[in-house]
Design a protein around this ligand. Sequence first.
Ligand SMILES: [Zn+2]
Length: 373
Amino acid sequence: MEENLNLTPEIWTAEVVYAGIGTPMLRGGLVVVGEHVAAVAGLAELQLRYPDVPLVHKGKALTPPVVNAHTHLDLSSVPYFRGGYTNFIRHVIGHGPKRTVEAAEQGLSELRALGVGGFGDIVYKPETVEWLIEKSPLPGVAYLEVINRNPDHAELVARRVVELLSDWRNRDSPVRVGISPHTPYNVSPPLLQKLVEIARLEGFPLQMHVAESPEETELMTQSTGPLRDIPLQYGFPSYQHLPATTPVRYLAELGVLGPHLTLVHGVQVDEEEVQMLAQSGTQVVSCPRSNEGLACGLLPWDLYLKHRLEVALGTDSRGSSPDLDVRKEALFLWERVDPRVLVRAATRNGYRVLGLELPRITRGTPISQVQSW
Ligand SMILES: [Zn+2]
């Protein structure tokens, strides 16, 4: 790229300016000279220090690169679906053969074009984890998906997961590996407990879809509802253990909650459950556009804020999201949630979920490392 030789300073501003430290600023700005940031401060202060410098409005937000903390890159060639959650599950199962390395490659290209600073990806096949470890220049976590409802298989499945992860963890790659027990109802209790033990002892992060849809709550609490028929319809082994309690309470009872776990969605929760998540140090990722499109509802942001659990953002897959642009998740809620909360969700909280360091915008930061939304 040609170097910008125009060294006339400009002051960039946006509705929210976040340098990666402290509270995002509502009246903030960056002084930009050529290709670099020269100063970061409140707008009034910058205009006093640089009186004749032109002001450039950069839109809604200026931030470090955003993080997509939850997606499924291998679903990138599955058509975008809107409708009820159970029909979405049928849609994904029906397009199972499309979950390929090539699809993940397509998804990774999209993330790179968007300039994300990191990604959290749930991966269906081991060969796709291999590919991400080998080829991804972007840092992130690839969580191997585990689905098995038969408690008799717990030992065997857990052993296989340990073998795979032990091999992968020794590779030199910006992508770390983790485990994704699919949902509370698609992994048997003994397998779930084994996976949590492995994660704790070996330091593997966990990511799990929990409290996403009303159908999930109905299945878990009453053993009824449309999700109940899915295994039967596809000839899969049926559910063997449905605990007659809500997903978050079930995980709390089983000892699954904790800082090693990132819970994806957390929409269908009451205040006591939000408190359980906050007190256990469990991390949470929200995918607002997917939740809306699948009629799952809206995460209770006020409850999470009240209990000081700062949520990260993800898009979920291209199967339930029109793109992988996590900034659009924040913009989708811009009028409903404090934009400073959303900006931190799309940046700082995402880096924290993935165990990555949050980049800061300071004097000398290249403008290529500043995202305008
Ligand atoms: Zn997902």
